[in-house]
Structures are given as C-alpha cells and as structure tokens.
Design a binder for this molecule. Structure first.
Ligand SMILES: Nc1ncnc2c1ncn2[C@@H]1O[C@H](COP(=O)(O)OP(=O)(O)OP(=O)(O)O)[C@@H](O)[C@H]1O
Ligand SMILES: [Zn+2]
Length: 668
C-alpha cells in the first residue's frame, strides 16, 4: 500500500495534479492482451488510469510466456484478458479493470459501446481487427492510439477524427503473394512448398476447399499458363476420394498412403507429362512410398542452391549433392544430406545435441511424419471436427505442413527445412522482441497523455528503428486524406429493432427533407439505388443489417459525403408502442465532398473500404456515383445492369466471354 502511495506521489508531480486526477476517471479501452497489450496494461495501471476495459479473444499459449510477463505457466489455456487483469490489478489498488474474453468485432461492441470510452489503445496483431477498431473510433469520435511491432521495429500512431489521418487514410500493402502456378506446379524455393502445403494441401484434405476453382479462374484471368491451369483443375477434382477416405474410419495407414500417392506420385507424373513445362527448368521426381519406407529409394537429382529468400532468410549456399531415401550416412552413393546447416549441428540423425524441432529430417523421417500427422488429423475429422485449418501452434497441422512441404521440396530438388524453420515461415513469424514491445508501450502512454491533455500540437507518429544512432524518429501528423472512405464519411447512428424496422424507414428518416438521389450499401452489398427500391419495405434483419453494422448512404451525384449510419440497439426502456427505431436528431448534414486532385474517367478507388461479406445480395464497390461517361453509360450503373439481366440479357465483361448454360433462364 505504501509503495502504491509512493508511486502516486511521483505520478502526481510528473503529470500535474489536474491530469493525474482526471486519469483516475478516464475510461480506457485496451484491445489486445498479447505482447504489447501486457506491457501497456502494466504501464497504464501504474500511470494511474482508473478504469480500464481489457479485451482479447485468445487464450494464453505456452509460447507467449517469454514476453507476456503477466502470464505464468499455470495460466496456459486461460483467457488472456482475464489473467492479465487479475495479475495487473494489484499494481494499483485504485484501478478497476474489466476483462472481456471476446472478439472486438462482435456486434455488442457497437458504436454506442465505443463512445463510452475516452480513449482507445490498440495492441493488436492483424490488419482486419485494426481496421475495424479504426472505423469504430472514427464513428464514435474517440481518439485512438494505434501501434505495432515487428522484431526490432515498432510504430505508434495517434489517430483523431477530422484532425489526423486515420488508419485507413493510406492503403496498407497487402501481404506478399505468389503466382498460383509457382505454388501449385513449379516451386523453386522452400517458401513455395510451405505455402502450397499450408494454404492448398491442408485445405484440400482437411478444409472446405474442395475444388479451389475460384483461385484457378482468377489465375487464368491473370494470364497464367492455360494448359497448366487445366492440369491443375483435374488434379484438384481428383481429391474427393482422398477426402472421403480421411473422413471414414475404416482405413488408416492406407489413407495416408493414398494421399501420398496422389500428391507426390500421380500429380507429379501428370505435370511431368507436360513436356513444355520442363524445357527450361529441372523436372520434379515422383516419390515412391514403399521404396522410401524400405530404404531402396534413390533420387538422383541435384539439390540446387536456393534463390535468395523472399522471407528475409539468408540464402543457404548449398553445395549440389545427391539425396537418397535414407538419412545422410547410409545411402549407397550419398555424401550426406543437404549441407546447409552442417556446421550448426542441427542436421540429420547424426546430431546428438540438436533440439527435436531444429533437426533436419531425412526423406524417410518426413514420410513417417506425413503418415502419423495425416492419421492424427484424420482421427480429428472422424471425431467430429469439420475442418482443420493450419495453425502454427497446432502440432498436428505443423507436423503435417513440415512433412508435406519437405516431401514436395525433395521431389523438386529444393532444400528441406526443419520443423522450427517451417513454423517460422508458415506462421509468417518475425521473432517478437520483448524490449521492442516495452518501448512501444511506453510511447503509447506518452501519446495517450498528449491526447487526454488535448495537446494536439505535441502528437507525433513515432517509429522505432534498427539504427543505433537514431533509434527513434518522430514525425508530425498529416491531416485526413480527403478521399478516405472511412474517416471522411459522416457518421450517425440509428437505434432500432432490426426485426421491426424497414430499410426505407431508416433511409427516408435519415435523409429528412432532402431530395437527393442515393444508393444504400451494407459493406459492399448494394441494398437500394435510385432505380431499385425493392428492398425498401424489407426489414433490416431480413437484409442482414443488424447491430454493429453500418448502412452507407452514398450520394448518387458524388457531391456530398457518404452518410454511415451505425445500427445500435434500442434503450431497454424504449416504449413498446413507440416506433421501433430512433433516428438521429437533427438529421446529419454531410459536407460537400472534396474534389479529387486529378479527374479520371474511372470511378474513384474505394479500396479503402471494408472487405466483402458472404451474402447473396449483389456485391459492388460503393462508389460515389457510378460515372456516367459516354462510353460506359449504359451498363456502368449496377441498377441498369441488373435490369438488363432481369430482362434476360447477359452482360459480357469481355468480347470473348462465352455463354454458359447456367446463364440462360428458361421462361415457361
Ligand atoms: N479481433 C480481435 N479481437 C480481440 N483480440 C484480438 C483480435 N485480433 C487479435 N487479438 C489479440 O491481439 C493480441 C496481439 O498480441 P500479439 O501480437 O503479441 O499476439 P500473440 O498471439 O500473443 O503472439 P504470437 O502471434 O506471436 O503467438 C493477441 O493476444 C490476440 O488474441
Ligand atoms: Zn481516413
């Protein structure tokens, strides 16, 4: 108790009595109780914040303990938010921490809920959740401090609606992807085989993805080799027998063998039959299950030196060697397995000291691991798991991806990887550094204090960089991007019972006296436009527009900003005989839109908008007014396109598109 008092004395002097007093009443939402979240929770408790809501969807994993210091081994598998709150609460007897074990995207965390906080601090690890919190904070007008770390790098960015850029003002680069054909038929680096295994093979065998046709359709559109795509289509279709066998309890090892033979023998033979493909690159070698198992398999091919890695891993200077079915020493003419790590002692069965995960497996060991992990995953399917996605912390899936990617690497003469390396590459893991998290968490508190003091001129975006001479760089903040599809919208809210409120009631109510022509969207789904009002009499619930979602009312002329109406719940005391909705009062008056600097003939980019939902209502980008240029006037409007389609006309995107039977509706 006396320690806590002593701390308060210092905090009072540093913060000043006014801010110190205010902190005890400030309501903070901290999203994420992982690497940054744990450090930050400790900081804000010790700084004197009095009311903290801590939310995290996950439970504690053993691998978190090296840097998430609020957790102990006994806490593994418990909710992160709950344990972090329990551990940090005693640091300050006056703090009230409310832990929530949930996903921040759940509907109960709506705009009203967000608006109860004075400040939000993000300690997340993914773009999707960050973008969601950003939008909620913009809608609720609550200041947000965004943060992230990657190894020795870190960043802290304060975001305030109308004052600074929001998280979505600048599009974020999408993660690196590889062409489908590289992954599916012509891999040349370990990462290609790992991506194939975790994103394709896992899905084919243990996921929902039965034919992966979308991906191939897209690849074909992108101009990838048509013949190769046709072969890949056949290959994908032939998975159904293996999928069935994995889900029936009769077979066991024979199923793993069946899967092996399809993937590592017949599929490779099919590809080999396309001679053209192998004119300029080394052909793969089909693998033989029985021969690998009995040690007679000899793969006379050269393990090529890998290309410089795209994943930040240094290229290994592997000398060309012959690989056989046995681990290094026992092969007839083998010098040893790939020698990339030979001086690290982490290779082959010869190593006595290597940790299990850091040992490079022989071809036979990989095959055995393939069989055992396939059996374990099949048993899980048979026990009722419907699909099993790759998770780096799920040993069965990591074993499967390690074994199958290494077998594929062997077939293609690519260097194999240890389980440890596969985990790092497949999980896109950049080792987390506790010190980086600690520094970033300190910086978040400093920016949060500027925000609470409203010292906006002191706000900075701070970068932690790997430069000993300049470890920190601070930049002043830019204003909002006038074209931003998130923070330039005019937010409002409608409290309602979606089961008893129609789309038309809300839209007419929000537009008030205005005669503007508008289109209405939920995310990317068009619900209405000036030529199409069929949904106006439908309830919001029937249109799947429920609590936590937004109705976007887009001006058809693109002259005024979009109105984003957040759907919230009616107050508990709402009279039963009153209308089932409460509209904003006064109605929102969106400002005139800033003109884009360059006028182009295509619709404005709306890539900053949220990703598509999985509904069956027409999906389109919510562009502000589909441009009525002379060229595309007739079909550029979705309403016109849809009307033509209703009239039985099919609109071709390109001249060489063909009519499919399914496109023709027979009218009695
Ligand atoms: N949508 C979400 N709702 C709530 N919490 C989330 C959401 N998305 C991510 N998180 C949480 O954010 C935290 C991010 O922390 P961190 O980056 O340290 O990840 P981690 O899962 O603890 O570690 P690692 O990914 O390295 O195993 C995690 O605890 C994660 O559960
Ligand atoms: Zn923005």
């Amino acid at each position: 108790m006396s320690t806590a008092k002593g701390r308060t004395t210092h905090a009072k002097v540093i913060l000043g009595p006014e801010l110190h007093e205010r902190l005890s009443k400030t309501k903070v939402l901290l999203v994420g109780a992982g690497g940054i979240g744990c450090e930050l929770l400790k900081n804000i408790v010790l700084t004197g914040f009095g009311s903290i809501t801590l939310l995290d969807l996950d439970t504690i994993d053993l691998s978190n303990l090296n840097r998430q210091f609020l957790f102990r081994k006994k806490d593994v598998k418990q909710s992160k938010a709950l344990v972090a709150a329990q551990t940090a609460a005693p640091f300050n007897p006056n703090v009230k921490i409310t832990p929530i074990y949930a996903n921040i995207k759940e509907p109960q965390f709506d705009v009203q809920w967000f608006s109860e906080f004075d400040i939000v601090l993000n300690a997340l690890d993914n773009l999707d959740a960050r973008r969601h919190v950003n939008m909620m904070c913009m809608a609720a007008q609550v200041p947000l401090v965004e943060s992230g770390t990657a190894g020795y790098l870190g960043q802290v960015q304060p975001l305030v609606k109308d004052l600074t850029e929001c998280f979505d003002c600048i599009p974020k680069p999408t993660p690196k992807t590889f062409p489908v054909c590289t992954i599916r038929s012509t891999p040349s680096q370990p990462i290609h085989c790992i991506v194939w295994s975790k994103s394709y093979l896992m899905g084919q065998l243990f996921g929902e993805d039965e034919d992966a046709t979308d991906e191939l359709d897209e690849a074909e559109k992108q101009g990838e080799n048509a013949q190769e795509i046709a072969a890949l289509r056949k290959e994908a279709q032939a998975f159904s027998a293996v999928r069935q066998a994995l889900r029936s309890s009769s077979s066991k090892d024979s199923t793993a063998k069946m899967a092996f033979q399809k993937v590592f023998d017949s599929d490779i033979r099919n590809l080999l039959s396309m001679a053209d493909m192998w004119r300029h690159r080394a052909p793969p070698t089909p693998l033989n299950f029985d021969q690998i198992m009995d040690g007679s398999f000899v793969m006379k091919r050269v393990v090529s030196a890998p290309e410089p890695s795209a994943n930040g891993h240094p290229p290994h200077g592997a000398a060309p060697v012959l690989v056989n079915g046995q681990s290094g020493k026992s092969g007839s003419n083998s010098k040893a397995e790939s020698s990339t790590n030979s001086n690290s002692g982490a290779e082959g069965s010869s190593s006595k000291v290597a940790l299990k995960d850091q040992k490079k497996l022989s071809l036979k060991e990989n095959l055995e691991l393939f069989v055992s992990s396939t059996n374990r995953l099949a048993a899980r399917l048979q026990a009722g798991e419907e699909t099993i996605p790759f998770d780096k912390d799920d040993d069965d899936t990591l074993d499967f991806v390690t074994a199958s990617s290494n077998l594929r690497s062997a077939a293609y003469g690519i260097e194999e990887k240890t389980r440890w390396e596969v985990k790092e590459m497949a999980g896109n893991i950049i080792p987390a550094i506790a010190t980086t998290n600690a520094i970033v968490s300190g910086l978040i508190v400093l920016q949060a204090l500027h925000l609470l003091r409203k010292s906006y001129d002191k706000l900075r975006s701070v970068h932690l960089q790997f430069k000993p001479s300049v470890p920190l760089s601070a930049t002043t903040l830019s204003g909002p991007n006038p074209q931003c599809g998130i923070c330039r919208d005019t937010y409002t809210s409608v409290l309602c019972d979606p089961a008893r409120t129609t789309l038309g009631e809300v839209v007419r109510g929000i537009l008030g006296e205005s005669e503007r022509e508008v289109s209405v969207y939920e995310d990317k789904r068009v619900l209405a436009d000036p030529d199409w009002d069929d949904n106006n009499e439908r309830t919001l619930e029937s249109l799947n527009v429920t609590r936590g979602k937004f109705l976007m009312i887009v001006d058809e002329d693109g002259e005024v900003a979009t109105i984003a109406a957040a759907i919230g719940a009616l107050p508990p005391n709402h009279p039963v005989d009153a209308p089932a909705f409460i509209l904003p009062d006064p109605v929102p008056e969106p400002p005139k839109k800033a003109k884009p600097a360059v006028i182009i003939s295509t619709p404005p980019k709306t890539s900053l908008k949220r990703s598509a939902p999985d509904d069956d209502i027409l999906e389109l980008e919510p562009t502000a007014k589909r441009q009525k240029s002379a060229m595309n006037q007739d079909i550029s409007s979705p309403s016109k396109k849809r009307r033509l389609e209703e009239d039985g006309l099919i609109i071709m995107e390109t001249a060489d598109e063909k009519l499919e039977d399914d496109d023709v509706i027979v009218i009695d």
